[in-house]
Design a protein around this ligand. Structure first.
Ligand code: YSA
Length: 328
């Protein structure tokens, strides 16, 4: 029995088989237990020797079972390690990461420039009322300047703002001067969409109000912004024009050399002027002056990055967007 039991233990290939052997030989009804119980049937002078040899075999078997179990467990660990083997020297998988949209980057760039000039960045609602978008900006009902900013109306009489200028009014109604703010955001117009006109686009607006703010401050601010964007030699110019909410009003342009084509010229950026007295009256300001300017971001991005058609910004074509993938 000893030979057989030890051979079976040595041949056991898994822990279950080993456990079955333990039960068979050492269990309550196991072979060795049965033999121990049978000792009483032996003649007294043989009992002692027989008992000693059964106990010795029991110990030997227990020892063999233990060693075989440890060996099997060791093999199991080795198999698991092998199956989970990982070569940490292999190159990892590259996960595609998104990037910021070109217009987001242009906006961030501009707001950084303005922050460095001491402006606060504020944003306002895209759904506006006629009062903020037009009336309080000195566009009375039926004023022809409204025709240049046709937009989309809701059934309850509100509208999608046509410019970021309504934030001038909102901000002044809730803050006291002096202040310097800049307002980036989406604006909307009921346009026939073409290469340079979208029905949804972006503007950024600056408003500075305080005592003794002059047109020279306006031109200085525009120069400072243009130089931060295009370099220290950049020139700007103001040409008189009309916006209902400024007096005097001007359009401003930047003398700019396209780094790709090498061509230089005046780049019309947007409108500006001294805040109209009627606007100050609408918000209850007295004894202050101020300037404002605003311009379209798509236009700036198109010329700076050579984007030939405004619709590329919103077409969702990755071949376009990937060309301008910036750091997050
Ligand atoms: C003027 C004077 C101020 O004191 C302050 C702000 C302004 C700007 C004024 N609120 C405004 O919206 N003027 S604007 O109608 O001439 O538009 C400004 C810029 O928005 C344009 O120069 C152009 O760059 C851009 N824009 C206008 N319609 C557009 C458009 N961009 C894309 N698609 C359109 N449909």
């Amino acid at each position: 029995m000893r030979e057989q039991a030890l051979a079976e233990v040595a041949d056991a290939t898994d822990l279950n088989a080993l456990q079955a052997l333990r039960v068979r030989y050492l269990g309550k009804k196991g072979e060795l237990t049965r033999q121990l119980k049978g000792l009483g049937a032996l003649p007294p002078d043989e009992r002692r020797a027989a008992g000693a040899s059964i106990n010795a075999l029991k110990e030997e078997l227990e020892d063999a079972l233990k060693r075989r179990r440890e060996a099997l467990e060791g093999e199991a660990v080795a198999r698991q390690l092998e199956s989970e083997r990982l070569d940490v020297t292999l190159p990892g998988y590259g996960y595609p990461v998104g990037g910021l949209h070109l217009l987001t980057r242009v906006t961030n760039r501009l707001t950084d420039v303005f922050r460095s000039m001491g402006y606060d960045v504020v944003v306002g609602p895209e759904l506006e009322t006629d009062a903020y978008n037009f009336q309080k900006l000195n566009f009375p009902d039926e004023h022809p300047a409204r025709d240049t900013q046709d937009t989309f109306w809701t059934e309850d009489g509100r509208l999608l703002r046509t410019h970021t200028s309504p934030m001038q009014v909102r901000y002044m109604l809730s803050h006291a001067p002096p202040f310097k703010i800049v307002v980036p955001g989406k604006v909307f117009r009921n346009e026939a969409v073409d290469a340079t006109h979208e029905a949804m686009f972006h503007q950024i607006e600056a408003l500075v109000v305080g005592e003794h703010i002059t047109m020279a401050d306006l031109h200085g601010a525009i120069n400072q912004m243009a130089r931060a964007l295009f370099g220290p030699e950049t020139k700007t110019r103001l040409l008189p024009t009309y916006f209902p909410f400024v007096e005097p009003g001007a359009e401003f342009a930047v003398w700019w050399k396209n780094p790709r084509t090498g061509r230089a010229g005046w780049l019309e950026l947007g409108g500006c002027g001294m805040v109209h007295p009627n606007v100050f009256k609408a918000v209850g300001y007295e004894g202050v002056t101020g300037f404002a300017f605003g311009f379209g971001l798509e236009r700036l991005a198109m010329v700076s990055y050579g984007v030939p058609d405004i619709r590329y910004f919103y077409g969702g074509d990755l071949r376009v967007l990937r060309q301008f993938r910036g750091e997050l």
